[in-house]
Design a protein around this ligand. Structure first.
Ligand code: VG1
Ligand code: CO
Length: 548
């Protein structure tokens, strides 16, 4: 092949959000749109990082992925990349990409330097839905803000991109290495089994030793892990028309099977249920007729990790959560005397802490949980962590007496550490200008707490006082970089919190997220319905936010 230089002009709005660039498929399909973003990424990395590099390209298999993979292969070849690794059929979950970057060794001894992940995660897929792309670095984690800012600024000035001419489409459906001759020498495309490296890592993590036997009992005997216990496990370009987001709203089928449906028709639901999102980095954990909030999940994993999960038997280096995630993890960290960090929303901020050996377990309220085995959140890992904890809690109970259930584990946790009642509201598809105005108004209100308290008291008298309010700002303790405007916080005297944020993963309009949290230590008050316990704080519902 030879290298062809194609003239182009910038597109507006190619700023990577919380987790890459996400737009409607029709936006991505505009001539040069994807190419501009990919070239801007190569330029941000710099020629010395790109020439001779080994890059992974794959994703969740959503519509347009196959075309995008061929384009990226050709552009990589033209930019001097030495080899491209592709999961068979272009499929790799986000955590699997992270594992492949960190663990896989090519037939010639090569290691990957980075990856393009093609996913819009929990956003629907298909010709009329979303596509997405993000870049992960050599440590297996999402590009830090320094790089994504550079990518964005390149997209605003781009004039040309490079693409290989005469390079045929590569068959990504069969494993094996295909070599091509380019102007600078050989270029390889290595198509490999999508599961191998990740499964190896997972075996090591949670399923060796005694946990394996328990997993068998719970997976196979309790859950009856035949094909029939697996729902929707064939990847589809449009996710079967569903919304691939593992929560109580979208994972309806599973929720009903777990006895949590609107009308509960299940006689005897399984002891354990779990769901993942499109790219398998999110997870939802359910027990029999019981929902584990993600904020509780990470706290419970941290509290039990050393005893229950062999990978952590040497101790935890530290724990971390995103700012809007409830403070359940903070209480565990304090009790167990662990290093603790509060970072902005999005996984890119955990990686530095892990690389520096300061953090072993971390999580977000948005159904993301993970550890330092990779640099992405990891849905399957979270399930295995929970199964390991279930196994540990039942270790004297192999004979088949009553199982210590998911619900028992969570309630025990609350009685030890107190309970963080928690909920989140998403105001989707709001006018972007109005959303900004609202956020600006909330920041302005912060300058006068008496006024804030007046407004609240006017609506509900049973709410405690706002004693502090700010806009969250993060200084990375490893590289000193500063991230501003990461969400607006109102902190109440009794430990309650209201947090407002603009979403950074939508593909159209704006989404305002409101996070509501209340800490309860009184043992007689930890068993309430969450919505009832939080009712006083939901005065927002009656405020006229004028967002339509
Ligand atoms: C959302 C979540 C955030 C998560 C991000 C990516 O971002 O709130 O916690 O890290 O999605 O998850 P935002 O900016 O829309 O609130 V995923 O599974 O889409 O990679
Ligand atoms: Co995801």
């Amino acid at each position: 092949f030879k290298v062809s230089r194609v003239e182009t002009t910038p597109f507006d709005g190619q700023k990577p959000g919380t987790s890459g660039l996400r737009k409607k498929v029709k936006v991505f399909k505009q001539p040069h749109y994807l190419e501009n973003f990919v070239q801007s990424t190569f330029n941000a990395l710099g020629a010395d990082k790109v020439r001779g590099a080994t890059l992974v390209v794959s994703g969740d298999g959503r519509y347009y992925s196959k075309d995008a993979i061929q384009i990226i292969i050709k552009m990589a070849a033209a930019n001097g990349v030495r080899r491209i690794w592709v999961g068979q059929n272009g499929l790799l979950s986000t955590p699997a990409v992270s594992a492949v970057i960190r663990e896989r060794v090519g037939a010639d001894g090569s290691k990957a330097n980075g990856a393009f992940i093609l996913t819009a995660s929990h956003n629907p897929g298909g010709p009329h839905e979303d596509f997405g792309i993000k870049y992960n670095m050599e440590n297996g984690g999402p590009a830090p803000e320094g790089i994504t800012d550079k990518i964005y600024s390149n997209t605003t000035t781009i004039k040309e991109y490079l693409i290989a001419e005469g390079l045929p489409d590569v068959d990504i459906s069969t494993t094996g290495i295909t070599s091509f001759a380019g102007p600078e020498g050989q270029f390889d495309v290595d198509v490999f089994d999508s599961a191998n490296d990740y499964v190896k890592l997972m075996n090591y993590d949670a399923l060796h030793g005694v946990a394996g036997a328990y997993a068998k009992r719970i997976f196979v005997e309790e859950l009856g892990a035949q094909e029939s216990s697996l729902l929707n496990c064939v990847p589809k370009e449009d996710f079967g028309g569903g919304h691939p987001d593992p929560n109580l709203t979208y994972a309806k089928e599973l929720v009903a099977r777990m006895g949590l449906g609107k009308t509960d028709t299940e006689q005897d639901p399984p002891e354990f249920g779990a769901a993942a999102d499109g790219d398998a980095d999110r997870n939802m954990i359910l027990g029999k007729r019981f929902f584990v909030t993600p904020s509780d999940s990470v706290a419970i994993i941290a509290a039990n990790a050393v005893q229950a999960i062999p990978y952590f038997s040497g101790g935890l280096k530290g724990v971390a959560r995103s700012m809007p995630t409830s403070a359940a993890l903070d209480v565990v960290a304090k009790n167990l005397n662990l290093k603790f960090f509060e970072v902005p929303t999005g996984w890119k901020f955990f990686g530095n802490l892990m690389d520096a050996g300061m953090c072993s377990v971390c999580g977000e309220e948005s159904f993301g949980t993970g550890s330092d085995h990779i640099r992405e959140k990891d849905g399957i890992w979270a399930v295995l962590a929970w199964l390991s904890i279930l196994a540990y809690k039942n270790k004297d109970n192999l004979g088949g007496e009553k199982l210590v259930s998911v619900e028992d584990i969570v309630r025990q946790h609350w009685s030890t550490y107190g309970r963080h009642y928690y909920t989140r509201y998403d105001y989707e598809n709001v006018d972007a200008g109005k959303a900004k105005e609202l956020m600006a108004y909330l920041v302005k209100l912060q300058s006068s707490l008496p006024e804030v308290n007046n407004i609240i008291k006017g609506i509900r008298s049973d709410v405690s006082k706002v004693v502090n309010a700010d806009e969250f700002e993060y200084k990375d303790p490893v590289d000193g970089s500063i991230s501003k405007h990461q969400g607006i916080r109102y902190l109440f005297e009794d430990g309650s919190r209201l947090v407002f944020r603009l979403s950074g993963t939508g593909s159209e309009g704006a989404t305002i997220r409101l996070y509501i949290e209340q800490y309860e230590q009184d043992p007689s008050k930890i068993g309430r319905e969450s919505q009832e316990a939080l009712a006083p704080l939901k005065f927002m519902e009656v405020m006229d936010l004028d967002m339509d």
